[in-house]
Write a protein that binds this ligand. Sequence first.
Ligand SMILES: Cc1cc2nc3c(=O)[nH]c(=O)nc-3n(C[C@H](O)[C@H](O)[C@H](O)COP(=O)(O)OP(=O)(O)OC[C@H]3O[C@@H](n4cnc5c(N)ncnc54)[C@H](O)[C@@H]3O)c2cc1C
Length: 449
Amino acid sequence: MVEAKSYRVAIIGAGSAGLFAARELAKNGIYVAVFNRDIKPGGLAEYGIYPDKVKMKEGLRKQFASCMDSANIKYFGNVKVGLHGDITLNDIRSFGFDAILVASGAQGTKWLGVPGEDLKGVYHAKDIVYHYNLLPPYSTKEYEIGKNVIIVGMGNVMMDIARYLIRDQKVEKVTSIARRGPAETKFSRKEMEYVGSNFDLDDYKNELFKATPIMRSIYQDPDLSLKFILNSLETCIEPNSSTIFCLKFLSSINSILGDKNDHVNAVIVEENTLIEKNGTIKAQSTGKMSRMDCDTVIFAIGDGVDPEFGLPMDNYEYYKNPKPRFPIEGISYEAFDPNLMQDIEDVFFAGWARKASDGLVGIARKDGINAAQAVLQYLETISPKNLGDPTAFEREFLNDHPQTVRKKELRILNEEEKRQAKLQNIEDFKFSSNEEMLKIIQENKVSQY
Ligand SMILES: Cc1cc2nc3c(=O)[nH]c(=O)nc-3n(C[C@H](O)[C@H](O)[C@H](O)COP(=O)(O)OP(=O)(O)OC[C@H]3O[C@@H](n4cnc5c(N)ncnc54)[C@H](O)[C@@H]3O)c2cc1C
């Protein structure tokens, strides 16, 4: 057991992983400072989960508030960590923290690297998700959504985007494209509930019919795929638009074409077949190309971690110590420098920062707790860097970063958002810009004195 209050740990990110890690560390007597880019905590639970899942969000907000309740946890919101942020990892070290837990989610953008990705009308799902969930600055940016939208990817994030396009934007057509076949879809049955009434079942059956010989050649049963879709269509809510929603299989994006104004107007897709390799089903190109007209393309292919910390990365993930000193359930939470072939001993990862776009809130929460356990084990091997009063650090930090939002200011903001929801007779209200939030905090602070 580490000695109470001697150690200081900085957590970057107040999403599910960061906050549950903070609670675990604080429970063990550690002084925890949570630096969060957004003013409000919650991460994707606040700004990713579909806006009308109000009950789920409210439940999570309560859990997060209770996590932050401990006097050992200090919140520094509106503070971006990174090479071009408000503070760097080295700044955090210089403040006297013994360990840094990176729980910043998957903020890097993953692209396929095909020609045309930079055309107008081509977006990444994360930006659209942040936009409709009112996360500044995405909330106030313009995203030009056309009538005929292609979404690349076939998981739950695709389903959320499709829902937004069908029920909110009411576009004419949404087509989700997947490299592999009907048996490899990644969305859950529940997600079809909101878009199933717009689903083009005949088109699906046609796609399934085309895929059948390929599926049978690798011992897949097309009837099971059909059954999954038919079951998921059983509980759909009423449609509120005439959007046609289609799934297209065995298709990889080869390139994106644009018009003379550099706006997307079509994609070229490469037809695939399926092969089995070491127990995994893989897509293999047949070389056949076809063109699909569209006016918007949205990539929902997962995210990568943030390169802005300057930590060594392997493709879209941070390098983790392959031989962890403090593995939890066999998992490495430790940063690693492959050039020096040694660990970065005071840096740890949790949640989507450890494994990008992996799992729901419950998984991130557990990962945060496990990462905190790894950090606690590390602390037992070192002496605390700083035995002085941590409030001196807090005073200095707030002096240098006056835009920082603290716990008591969050309470002001929450109360005002609740008041606005009541006034406007809506379930949930959110301010959509940092300026508005800071103004409310400032005004209410002033009126309280
Ligand atoms: C579109 C979408 C819908 C989803 N819907 C559901 C759902 O319905 N149910 C469910 O259970 N799960 C859902 N999930 C998954 C869930 O959101 C994740 O499992 C979870 O949010 C991951 O938590 P995290 O703490 O690792 O990262 P995040 O939630 O992303 O939190 C990261 C935090 O780090 C902060 N941060 C980022 N960069 C910096 C920086 N440079 N400096 C300081 N702070 C930084 C951010 O402000 C944020 O607060 C959904 C995910 C997506 C993308």
